[in-house]
Ligand binder design. Sequence first.
Ligand code: FAD
Length: 397
Amino acid sequence: MSDHYPILIVGGGTAGITVAARLNLIEEAPEVGLIEPSDKHYYQPIWTLVGGGVVKREVSVRPEADYIPERTTWIRDAVADFDPEHNAVTTESGKRLTYDVLVVAPGIKLDWDKVKGLRETIGKDGVCSNYSFDTVNSTWKFLDGLSEGHAIFTFPSTPIKCGGAPQKIMWLAEDLFRRKGIRDKVRVTFASSTAAIFGVPHYAKTLAKLVEQRDVHTHFERNLIEVRPSSREAVFESIKEQKEEELVLKYDVLHVTPPQCAPDFIRRSPLADADGWVDVDMYTTQHNTYPNVFSLGDASSLPNAKTGAAVRKQAPVTVANLMAYLNGDELKARYNGYASCPLVTGYGRLILAEFGYDGKVMETFPFDQSQERYSMWVLKLYGLPSMYWNGMLRGRM
Ligand code: FAD
């Protein structure tokens, strides 16, 4: 059995739905098929505020069916294999689907098993994570339940989605302890594989000052490799050039950002680059070997900060270029690496980082966005979710 779609999209998350919605608004666009196994769509950026007790996790989820555009056929299945030589994919249920153009957007894999003891402990005994719908409630439960001790926030040594998220929850926690009058009884530690608090110096300057002012302990170039629930110990390897000894820290709350990688079915496919990501041109989003394949979002090799904000700027480029490809025209649209990271630094405080390739600062507002602002917090809490559900996923922004 074989079904043919002129445009076939793999993944109906942020990137897949945004591309489908944009195509839906183009009258001359051909038929679109979208393969997505989940009947739920998640707005993941709000999980930071769920973990911080600001909103309930239910606000982050809506039925996938409500966001499948009118002229798109939803294939409720998961892709298992790619056969780009024959313009075909095979699904887990054994269906073979063919295409003229393929858009690959299945997101990133959370690799819980890469940290010894993590899968068995997550959500229990103080170990939590904002990184999935299933675990995000445990973050608020453990942070709110803490009266004294040590709260540790980790950042793994792999690429991750939203590079700011590991510290956003730390700033919320730090503020929470202060507001509850227990800040002097809780030690707050950021243990990160990165070499500095943030990759873009314009924003790192402010954040480094906050680290001092708010008495945050830091361990940089440290990667979590093991969680020992019985002794409540977190074990970190050194990833410095001159390797140091393992660091073992006792925790009462351990917020883990799990290691992440390209999904297995992408990694083992002919579409992958050496690191496992879908191998595309960093400006056009077109595959480097198969010209009728495009990719965007977290699964792509695009060297930007992996965020939904980046997808917002990638999607119009992918759509313009795939339509040009179908029409036999030159691919003219270019993505400049734009990404945005709303760095929550406390309740009612936020630094809106916006930058492109090579850390080039690309701010929207006519003021210095490297400073904490209440207005940007309001944007994160109310503006961005509404922009996402009503604008981006409808192909309108
Ligand atoms: P996803 O939105 O994850 O979608 C991937 C889709 O592919 C899923 O629906 C999945 O079911 C589907 N899929 C998987 N496997 C298959 C398969 N085999 N076949 C077919 N479909 C498949 N971004 C921001 O811009 N700002 C933020 O403040 C922000 N904060 C974040 C905080 C947290 C805690 C997290 C976890 C993420 C945050 N992000 C933020 C990142 C943002 O959510 C992602 O970068 C964005 O969702 C990526 O879009 P995507 O379409 O590539 O992947």
